[in-house]
Design a protein around this ligand. Structure first.
Ligand SMILES: [Zn+2]
Length: 127
């Protein structure tokens, strides 16, 4: 449940909105999804993994055309991909926050406009 609007909420939201809008910038190489390390057995009986020392591999999981897709990431790419994924996540968090603020402002500003409209109606004023 959302708290009712406090007198400071509107200016605070508008300030944060300006901040976000100013800072919002997508790094051109940003990647979607998440990078994860998994452990596996290769299947060779005489390999160390058969004795419990599992191999590790990295993969990037992301959505493509509404489907989940996993792409193997070779070891030398892990750090670069990690940075690019972090850039994508930071951008998405900023966009989500900005959209949430705009939704909240939309609700609050309409409520305010209605309150103004009904109070002037009560006083018999015309706008
Ligand atoms: Zn193995």
């Amino acid at each position: 449940m959302k708290m009712p609007a406090s007198p400071q909420e509107l200016p605070r939201l508008r300030r944060r909105k300006r901040e976000l809008a100013r800072a919002l910038e997508l790094a051109p190489d940003a990647l979607p999804g998440s990078l994860a390390k998994s452990r596996f057995r290769c299947g060779h009986d005489n390999c160390r993994c058969a004795r419990g020392e599992l191999h590790t591999k990295w993969s990037l999981t992301f959505m493509e055309d509404g489907r989940k897709r996993t792409q193997h990431v070779s070891r030398e790419w892990v750090e670069v991909v990690r940075e690019r994924v972090e850039e994508g996540q930071a951008f998405q968090e900023q966009v989500s926050e900005l959209l949430a603020i705009n939704a909240r402002l939309f609700v609050l500003e309409r409520k305010q406009a209605r309150a103004r409209g009904s109070s002037s109606a009560r006083r018999g004023e015309k706008e």
